[in-house]
Write a protein that binds this ligand. Structure first.
Ligand code: MGD
Ligand code: MGD
Ligand code: SF4
Ligand code: MO
Length: 687
């Protein structure tokens, strides 16, 4: 009989749910995997993707050995080499580049392929800081929304998602809960069984919108105008919570004056939502308690994404919704965890004056002839920029540069890996230890390796330890063990970790932060802002040259703000996550490709008719930045004027070799330097 054990491992993917998984191991092989039945948030189930995680771990096409390029760039032809050889050649090239062009010619490129605190940002950061590489501003997902929320609330702390069952009104605002935050759904259902209503605000009839009591489909990027329209009615009709405003906010008179300009008629013109619908939602929101707004990042991928989140985050202060357990707003819980980022990443190792490159402008960074020094080495891990970065033509052109040295640490042969000089094999979460916080709940977890690394795969931390050795670096902090790092990662003396130490966490696996079971974080104010109040008016923004008062920043590309562009490209294009993919992770696995069928574009029947597009026909989607192909789905799930291409497909699996990011823009958001993926006008025609 083989020895059979069940271990708890944490899902490492970029998802608010950070699930606890129960993995059965027999004879050193994982044989079954499911949601941890003992965990209050995972509730015994996993999503449609990670249910099949063992297919990923044991996939035939998993990278198991270091590879060195033999073919042309992008061709994807490699030969197997030893780790020793790979590391010494990489170290050699990095040293030569640093000698010839300065160390800032080396650029790390990573995001959240693995969210574990150690795998995501620890020894990798220390290594690149220590060699003096350019720094990377990691803006591709959440930085606009995070900045907007921070300006209003002070920190990424919001209502406790486990209490959403108490809400009597839930507004999913730019949040597709059923696809991208599925473990919140049982709490939403609990609320609805007790009589709550679910309102979804989304230009697309997402899986969540399909299940809603009310779906409002605004023009993309106009959410802050809607929020101001709601405030207009709330103030006008005497529904604001004056006591809460007086005691716990800053700038309410100024905000009220601004909201006065946003009567329902103007709000309708800007958002495309009927004035009567704005009036009705405002009254329902202000008179239902508890009321919960689940914001997610969909609405922060626009020119005004920071302000959109900022202004929406003012609403629960205007109505006093923060007073109730289960009321308020939630963007991310990540700021609730006392992580010692600086101790993990050691920014002090980086030489003063080192430049920072914005990851959302990778195409420019790789092709800009004026950049001094030019980027000569790109070291990619936890990310697949050839698929996920905006303005793909330019990104691909950059990656194809003969003089660019590219290293990719990966589990699979992605499009990015096709351009690599060296491809290095990475472990799955089953094969290494890690520490996890979450951005959609309040549990801290320790994830214990369940099986040995497959082939010659190495974890991110072990890779950077070995690379530091190969480079001849000496600082002992570059060689800290995973356990050392885990002990350094948290402020164990913080009240939210009361009673917890590393040993207890390791023993128990999963521990809820020490906050009350029935938590309403801002019931009595106490916002972690400079003033201690909810900052409807935030003087700190004025210092950064921004409007200090919550307001509205319109989309960059829309018929209203850019009519000339809209004459050539009249349709707004958004590319939100597909249900069975996670960004570009899982997008090449047969099980999920079958379920998503093929790259498609949802087009409203009116827009299809105007272009002679039939359901099922191949179409081309283009603008000045590039073009890609998809199959048309003619359906009113897309709002008129908006086309939707669920993402992120691997470019090499798309007809024509380009995905949605062929048409997205590298322009940044108003706050946080974020990517503006959903702020893009296009035209569509039959092939
Ligand atoms: N299945 C699945 N789950 C995922 C992911 C995935 O790829 N697949 N990705 C993960 C990651 S990295 C993230 S950041 C989160 C993202 O998850 P969410 O934050 O939920 O963000 P999106 O899915 O980008 O957008 C959510 C909804 O916002 C809508 N939307 C787009 N533009 C606007 C707008 O201007 N206004 C409003 N009101 N709505 C708009 C989209 O149509 C979409 O239905 O999900 C995570 N979970
Ligand atoms: N058009 C469009 N583009 C988008 C978005 C969109 O909605 N529309 N969403 C944006 C958002 S929200 C995000 S967060 C980004 C996501 O962009 P990325 O963070 O690049 O996410 P993935 O595409 O999932 O790529 C992660 C890669 O990391 C690898 N990986 C996983 N674990 C490990 C590990 O332990 N070590 C190493 N070395 N590698 C590992 C995976 O195999 C995978 O290929 O994409 C953005 N791009
Ligand atoms: S991707 Fe999200 S929902 Fe799926 S298992 Fe991982 S954490 Fe849970
Ligand atoms: Mo993301």
């Amino acid at each position: 009989m083989l020895q059979r054990r069940v271990l708890k491992v944490v899902c490492p993917h970029d998802c608010p749910d950070t699930c606890s998984m129960a993995v059965t191991v027999e004879g050193g092989r994982a044989t079954a995997l499911g949601g941890d039945p003992d965990d209050a948030f995972t509730q015994g189930f996993l999503c449609a993707k990670v249910n099949h995680y063992l297919e990923r771990v044991y996939a035939k096409d998993r990278l198991l050995h270091p590879l060195r390029r033999v073919g042309k760039k992008g061709e994807g032809r490699f030969e197997r080499v030893s780790w020793e050889r790979a590391l010494s050649e990489i170290a050699q090239r990095l040293k030569e580049i640093a000698r010839d062009h300065g160390p800032q010619a080396i650029l790390p490129y990573s995001y959240a392929g693995n969210m574990g605190l150690l795998s995501n940002a620890s020894l990798d950061r220390r290594f690149f800081h220590a060699i003096g590489a350019s720094k990377l501003d990691r803006t591709i997902c959440a930085s606009a929304g995070a900045a907007g929320y921070k300006a209003t609330v002070g920190r990424s702390i919001g209502l406790d998602p486990e209490q959403i069952g108490r809400a009597r009104l839930i507004v999913a605002w730019g949040a597709n809960i059923v696809s991208s935050n599925v473990h919140l759904w049982p709490f939403v259902e609990r609320a609805r069984n007790a009589g709550a209503r679910l309102v979804v605000i989304d230009p697309y009839r997402s899986r969540t919108a399909e299940k809603a009591d009310l779906h409002l489909a605004p023009w993309p990027g106009t959410d802050a105008a809607l929020a101001l329209g709601l405030m207009h009615v709330i103030f006008r009709d005497g529904l604001a919570d004056r006591d809460y405003l007086e005691r716990h906010t800053q700038g309410h008179a100024e905000l009220e004056a601004r909201a006065r300009e946003w009567d329902p008629a103007r709000t309708e013109r800007e958002t495309g939502l009927a004035a009567a619908a704005v009036e009705a939602l405002a009254r329902e929101y202000a008179t239902t308690r508890p009321s919960a707004i689940r914001l997610n990042y969909g609405l922060n991928r626009h020119a005004g994404g920071g302000m959109a989140v900022r202004t929406i985050a003012c609403l629960p202060a205007v109505t006093g919704a923060w007073r109730d357990v289960g009321g308020g707003a939630l963007l991310s819980t990540s700021g609730t965890f006392p992580v010692r980022t600086e101790a993990l990443e050691r920014p002090d190792l980086s030489p003063a004056g080192t430049r920072t490159i914005n990851m959302s402008q990778l195409g420019r960074a790789l092709t800009d002839p004026g950049l001094a020094p030019p980027v000569k080495a790109l070291f990619v891990y936890n990310s697949n920029p050839a698929a996920v970065a905006p303005e793909q033509e330019q990104v691909m052109r950059g990656l194809a540069r003969e003089d660019l040295f590219v290293v990719v640490h990966e589990l699979f042969q992605t499009d990015t890996a096709d351009y690599a000089d060296f491809v290095l094999p990475a472990t799955t979460t089953l094969e290494h230890d890690d520490l996890h916080k979450a951005y959609g709940h309040l549990y801290l977890s320790w994830s214990q390796a369940a099986i040995a690394p497959l082939g010659e795969a190495l974890s991110n931390t072990e890779l950077f330890r070995r690379l530091a050795r190969a480079m001849g670096l000496a600082d002992p902090c570059l060689f800290d063990s995973d356990e050392d790092l885990a002990r350094q990662a948290l402020d164990w003396s913080h009240p939210r970790l009361a009673g917890l130490d590393f040993d207890r966490l390791q023993r128990e696996g999963r521990v809820r932060l020490a906050v009350p079971g029935e938590w309403a974080p801002f019931a009595e104010g106490g916002f972690p802002t400079p003033s201690g109040k909810c900052e409807l008016l935030a003087p700190s923004l004025a210092e950064a040259g921004l409007d200090p008062l919550a307001g509205y920043v319109p989309p960059r590309e829309s018929p209203v703000t850019n009519p000339e562009l809209a004459r050539r490209y009249p349709l707004a294009f958004i590319s939100p996550p597909a249900h069975h993919f996670l960004n570009s992770t899982f997008s090449a696995q047969p099980t999920f490709v079958r379920r998503e069928s093929e790259p498609f574009l949802t087009v409203h029947p009116d827009d299809a008719a105007a272009r002679g597009i039939r359901d099922g026909q191949s179409v081309r989607i283009w603008n000045d930045r590039g073009s890609f192909e998809a199959k048309a789905r003619v359906s009113d799930a897309a709002r008129p004027g908006v086309v939707v291409g669920l993402s992120i497909w691997w470019p090499k699996m798309c007809p024509g070799g380009r995905n949605a990011n062929a048409v997205t823009s590298q322009e940044l958001t108003d706050m946080g330097g974020g990517a503006s993926f959903y702020d893009a006008l296009v035209e569509v025609a039959p092939q």
